[in-house]
Each structure stands twice: as C-alpha cells, then as structure tokens.
Ligand binder design. Structure first.
Ligand SMILES: [Mg+2]
Length: 223
C-alpha cells in the first residue's frame, strides 16, 4: 500500500474511548443514555408533554428519520437543529471521556495532514477535542454532524478530500465503526484502518487503539 498524505479520524470511540470502555454500543453507554435522556427532556419541555409522551415522540421521530432526530425537529417543527444540539449534546467532556497521555505526543509526531470527521454535533466535538488538548491539530478540517451532509454519507468524506485538495487514494480513514468509518471511505478508494480488538472488517488495517494504529501505519510505511 502506498504512502498517504492525510488521515481522517473518527472521534468518539477512536480518538478516545468513553470512560466505561467499549463505545460500540452507543445506545447502551452512559454517554448515549445521557444524550437520549436529554432528547426526551427537550420534547417534554418544548411541547409541555408528560415524560412518557415525550419518550414516545422521540422514539417515533427516531424511527421515521432513521436516527436523525435533529433533522426531524427541523423539518417537522421548524426548530433550528443547533438549538436542539445545544440542549441535548452539551455534556461535560471530563465526565465521560477516558484520557490517554500518549494521544497528544502521538498526534504531535504526525507529519501529515489530520482531520476529524464525526457524526457528533459541533457543540460536543469542540468540547471533547479541547478537553483532550488536541483541537489545534485539526484546524478547519473538523467536519461534524451539524450539516445535512454528514457521516456515513460518502460526500462527507469527499468534502475533506476537497478541503485538502487531495485524491481519496492519498487519504486514510481511521474509525471504530465498519458501516460509518470504513465502508464509505473504502468505496471512495481511501485506505482504511479499523479500531477494534476483534472484528470482521473490510478495512486494510486493524488496531486495538489509536496509539497502536499510528505505530502500525509507521511500521507499514504508510505514514
Ligand atoms: Mg466512532
């Protein structure tokens, strides 16, 4: 495999794990549950509903919009998605994120371009990256889940390629989720690395965590 010019990092579950460990079960994680509770609270307060009715409303929108509830509130009620995100994803990073003292030096040593592509809203992405003291590595190459074009849409990956003025083949995507981080990137011709200890994957590489991943890419002569 040939050398690459840039890495697209997924955020949650890739640049950090949640302090309770494996994040792949987002909905059952403490973080996922907290966001879900906030979403239900949003409907409860906004529409003066009982908690049960608010939960039903959330479940209905979640189902009909395939998990994209922020688009549902905008489309059905004209509520700005940023207002919804600010209410639901405005969590305290240190309460959820497990820190890794090797992350900062590992990113510092990279001599290629780095970007973040996350389906999480910007309000959370900014907080999480700032808490980890790694926000500066990504500059304007931080693409979040706020716009209509968002992961796992292949267009979201292409936006980064265009931003850097690179071909997909010059980029490698790192992430912990096969469907959203690996398959769309691979279909565009990007190289891919899956963060997992054990997984069936179409990714070119697999590593248990981000530190091991970077070491592996160096060892293979990819970066
Ligand atoms: Mg992830």
């Amino acid at each position: 495999m040939k050398k690459i010019e840039a890495i697209i990092f997924d955020m949650d579950g890739t640049l950090y794990s949640f302090d309770e460990g494996n994040e792949s079960q987002f909905t059952s994680s403490r973080f996922g549950k907290e966001i879900r509770a906030n979403c239900i609270l949003f409907f409860k307060e906004r529409f003066s509903l009982s908690l049960d009715d608010a939960e039903s409303m959330y479940q209905d929108l979640n189902r009909r919009y395939n998990g994209e509830v922020s688009l549902a509130v905008e489309k059905e009620f004209g509520i700005d998605r940023r207002e919804y995100f600010a209410f639901t994803w405005n969590l305290v990073a240190e309460e959820f994120i497990a820190t890794n003292e090797l992350l900062l030096p590992t990113l510092q040593e990279l001599t290629i371009l780095s970007g973040v592509l996350t389906a999480a809203p910007r309000v959370w992405a900014e907080k999480a990256l700032a808490f980890l003291q790694i926000r500066q590595f990504f500059g304007d190459a931080l693409f979040t889940g706020d716009p209509d074009i968002r992961k796992p849409d292949r267009e979201a990956f292409l936006q980064l390629a265009q931003f850097w003025n690179l071909e997909p083949s010059q980029i490698l995507s790192i992430g912990d989720q096969e469907q959203t981080d690996i398959l769309p990137a691979k279909s565009l011709g990007m190289q891919t690395l899956r963060i997992a200890t054990q997984a069936e994957t179409k990714a070119d590489f697999m590593a248990s965590d981000i530190i091991t991943a970077i070491a592996l890419l160096k060892e293979k002569g990819i970066i």
